[in-house]
Write a protein that binds this ligand. Sequence first.
Ligand SMILES: [Zn+2]
Length: 253
Amino acid sequence: MKHLDGLLDGLEDSAEVTRVIRRFAESKMFASYARASATKMVTSLFTDAGRTWRQAARKNSQGRRIYEALQRELNGRLGLDVRMQIERNAALIKSLPLDAAKQVNEKILSDTLKGIRASSVAEQIRKMFPGVAATKASLIARTETSKTATALTEARCQALGLDWYVWRTSEDQRVRDSHNLMSIVLCRWSDPPNPEALDGESRTFGHYHPGGIFNCRCYAEPVIDLDLITWPAKVYYGGRLQRMSRKQFEQIA
Ligand SMILES: [Zn+2]
């Protein structure tokens, strides 16, 4: 973004500003930057999560099975998932400059609109662009990091035949009400909940796993051993939250 800022210096016409941003967004240099950042993001998560899993595996009776599966995973489905996630993140990063430019344009149009000279519009864009781009970048980083972490956990669970996870929140003030409601709820990978609908909110974001929407820091903790769950437990099943005994859960799991 700093590099782009330099390119915009001294431009007097808003159409020209947009053109330069577009050219930059479509350049080979920016494409390889986007790919490199996306790769770094996913692989660093991958090794972090790998460490946590290996630690969990050591403590668990199924440790050996989990460890062996971890060794195999990069050659199989998870490798594919990781590559797909990198592609998705790279595409998001690539779209960032133009999205930010569009947002700045819209804001200027709605704020000031009539009678303003093209050169001062261009100046406004130049002034606002870095801030808007930075905000967008950190939102993408936060949201996609959580999504990527969850996608990796899901892929690992699939490889191991683990169908359920516990919805975990970061357990602080900033957790949304709908996710507080999901805290420590058992969920099935094949049946993501709609937390806002369960919470009776009018604005919903569809069905998703922990970390699945903007600014969400929740994560999925795989259910490896039913002995580690406190029974009775809250379970998302049949489209609603239910309290179940271990026996009831074993019948549906
Ligand atoms: Zn959350």
